[in-house]
Design a protein around this ligand. Structure first.
Ligand SMILES: [Zn+2]
Length: 421
């Protein structure tokens, strides 16, 4: 079964029809605000029954709690074994930040090595359920790779629109799954053509195609709820803070929805706060100004290209306002330093955008907004292997040596600063 009920606007509560799901709310639109729809669920009166079902669920991975996903009970999930990722206590890194309970939710071990697999598993399953002819997405990488893989698993053609400057590794990954990958010279053009295909050819969109952006497919976003469910199961309750790298905030809002589900059915009373880590700080500025909607800030190309947008979304703002959370920025310099620190101190090589969550946590801890004993989870969204060339620029060239101790000791010292004892 599924508790899924319908969709409504995140801001004004307008109850939409499913065929309106990928366009911004028409009511907020008349006031000049672009706002995404979100799914709603009806858990009924007997919440004890819902709690028991949750606690006694037997499945594995993302589909373990499928009654909390917007998929009809008779629909077979399109799954590659996503979810159920490790939660790791970061003793060394946490200590250096003055935090005793710093954890990493390592989403880089998902089937296409990013947390986008959660969104795509649910959204491609919806595409199958609705018998759509083609799956499409606009993406700078991870979202495209995941869409391509799940479309392949579903046997659906997949057309991806991307940008010229996206790393070659990402484009190869997308094409390798059989997706038809296109570049449009102007960024805005990718949304124009995608929208046309959705409206006129009934293609199924896994990302948004609206400017200013609203976020992705609202059904797929519910896939991220399962991160909150897993954290609850892995920690025995929700943590005090969950930090998620954010551009259009699909992940941030999806995880927050999972937190709200657990609060609504009475499994957790924890006041979990969401943290958005950004590159240029649209949501940080929006919170500061208490603006009506997400403000635009100056932006440029960043090594955290998957989250390097000039403007956040209303759904991201909503997650921060509702949870009384924070947004914090990470410059490329801070990001690369954290990427190498995480790899060296904890053994996890994460994508640049992923570690912005740790930079944000460290800054908030320094400001006293996170207390030393608070449980804090950084969602590591993807692997560093998606863009190794950027990291390599910050590492020494590998020295070639003759096989003797003198040369070894010299090279260790000169290249790595390591003294042989
Ligand atoms: Zn609205």
């Amino acid at each position: 079964m599924s508790y899924y009920k319908g969709i409504q606007c995140i801001k004004c509560g307008y109850v939409g029809r499913e065929d309106e799901a990928f366009d911004a709310c028409p009511v907020c639109g008349t006031q000049g605000n672009n706002v995404n729809f979100t799914t709603t669920y009806d858990f009924g009166q007997d919440l004890e029954k819902v709690r028991q079902e949750f606690l006694n669920a037997k499945g594995k991975g993302l589909w373990k709690h499928r009654e909390f996903l917007p998929i009809a009970p008779e629909t077979e999930p399109v799954s590659l074994g996503e979810g159920e990722t490790p939660l790791l206590h970061c003793g060394r890194l946490g200590k250096s930040m003055g935090l005793h309970n710093l954890y990493i939710k390592n989403e880089s071990v998902n089937p296409t090595w990013s947390y986008k697999d959660r969104l795509c598993s649910v959204a491609v399953t919806r595409a199958v359920q609705e018998e759509r002819p083609v799956v499409t997405v606009s993406s700078t990488g991870n979202h495209g790779a995941a869409t391509a893989a799940y479309s392949a698993a579903a046997g659906k053609p997949c057309v991806i629109f991307t940008l010229p400057q996206v790393p070659a590794t990402m484009k190869t990954l997308m094409q390798s799954f059989g997706a038809y990958v296109m570049v449009t010279p102007k960024p805005i053009d990718r949304w124009t053509i995608m929208k046309k295909c959705v409206k006129e050819k009934s293609w199924y969109p896994l990302s948004g195609y609206i400017a200013p952006p609203i976020g992705s497919n609202c059904f797929g976003i519910d896939g991220y709820k399962t991160i909150a469910f897993e954290l609850y199961e892995q920690l025995g309750d929700l943590p005090e803070f969950i930090a998620v790298p954010s551009a259009y905030s699909d992940g941030l809002y999806g995880v927050w929805k999972g937190v709200k589900d657990l609060q609504t059915i009475g499994l957790s009373g924890k006041k979990t706060k969401m943290i958005a880590s950004e590159v240029f700080g649209s949501l940080k500025e929006t919170l500061k100004e208490q603006a009506e909607g997400p403000v635009t800030v100056p932006s440029e190309w960043s090594i955290s290209f998957s989250i390097a947008g000039p403007q956040g979304t209303y759904q991201g703002y909503a997650a921060l306002k509702e949870s009384e959370g924070y947004a914090e920025t990470s410059s490329d310099e801070e990001t690369i330093a954290m990427q190498l620190r995480l790899a060296k101190e904890e053994g996890i090589f994460a994508e640049a955008a992923s570690v912005t969550s740790l930079v944000a946590i460290e800054k908030l801890a320094k400001e006293g907004k996170i207390a030393p004993d608070d449980k804090v989870v950084a969602v590591i969204t993807s692997t560093g292997l998606k863009d190794p060339a950027t990291t390599a620029e910050h590492l020494p060239p590998v020295p070639t040596i003759e096989p003797n101790y003198e040369e070894l000791a010299k090279a260790l010292k000169e290249s790595y600063g390591y003294e042989l004892k």
